[in-house]
Design a protein around this ligand. Sequence first.
Ligand code: ADP
Ligand code: MG
Length: 436
Amino acid sequence: MAEADRGTADWTGEEDALVEIRDLKKYYPVKGGILNRKVGDVKAVDGVDLRIREGETLGLVGESGCGKSTLGRSLLRLIEPTGGTVTFDGEDVTAASKSRMRELRREMQIVFQDAASSLNPRMRVGDIVAEPMEWLTDLDEAERRERTRTLIEEVGLSEEHLGRAPHTFSGGQQQRISIARALSVDPRFIVCDEPTSALDVSVQAKILNLLDDLQDEYDLTYLVINHDMSVVRHVCDRVAVMYLGKIVEVAPTERLFADPKHPYTKALLSAVPRASREAVDDRIVLGGSPPSPENPPSGCRFHTRCPAVIQPEDYEFDQAAWRAVMDLRQRLDEDELGLEAIRERVAAESGSTDGPDDVPDSAVRSAIRTELGLPERLGDPAAERTLREGLALAVEGEGERASELLGSAFATVCEEVEPPIETLADGRQCACHLYD
Ligand code: ADP
Ligand code: MG
């Protein structure tokens, strides 16, 4: 975090890591049916590799639901991973016994977003801060009390606060208490899961500064989970970007913000409000919401929304038109073209007394094109012929055949092959076929 530590930003993960995550997976069972049997899995974290260097602050960003909290918790074994390994200072945490895990808890702590609900309302602040020491250390009561007093001041509160109940404090103060509690056992690594997201902006900055000061003083390594890119930019040395259970890009913070490589990172960054006006015009708006982690897309998980999705070799598309063709294919695959609704709308808009069934197919085809943002005709005549054939089938109610036709004619590597995460020339890591 501190300027002097910026050297860590160039770290590519080749040297020893304090925390090393390999192929980590966490699936939550989905139950259903009258017998409430397992019918599937939410693949919240699905094969994550990540290395965290001693003393650095690594940011973890991505849309809500992409698996950030699950990753943070399963790497600490607060929830049991489904697969993969985590090593801490060379030791396999995932294989640690219960008693060894208790010892490791001293080294690895977590601070949650919602301080209010993570602080026991029936306990006094002094006991809340001291409790982990009681569980996890050999300190006697006098030593625990002494350390509690030191810590409460360290986080910007004072000794008089120790006798009070947590609900008598503001959100920012409650987060200070949680931080003191996490620090009580003298950890080396802290996962901060959206530590300031519930706080007012002015308070956020104070808490972030506090975390920064404590990092230097206590030699801490942080994983800071945050959906707010401006927070990440301020506090992190490196940033890992997560999409639907996978890491798609890891880069030093400034490099990531100045020159994002993964199309998902670009979209995330372009959505960040900026003071300058030019930013508004090149804002990338991602279509739809993230797909379900229960049934993630094949190949690259981002291909269903990616503005830069790679075109098939034999055609020349305008990129926006190609994205629209992909959207059409997806709607057909999912049987969600909404043909009935389109017919009804076209009938209503025509102003005639004709019902939906009287609407000519040609009008339905052009309504589909308009709805999906497909141009009146594609620039590439061969692609246009195939698209027309597909649209004709779809409008005739042959959605499945249309889907097959367009799927085989317009296949893209992005849906067929999962891009491995690779180290690029500048040392960053990126999982995208554009950089194969
Ligand atoms: P994030 O922190 O990035 O918002 P989470 O890790 O909380 O994401 O969630 C990732 C996915 O896992 C989401 O689809 C979420 O609904 C699901 N999920 C989280 N916790 C559970 C749980 N205990 N049981 C089932 N599904 C869960
Ligand atoms: Mg979360």
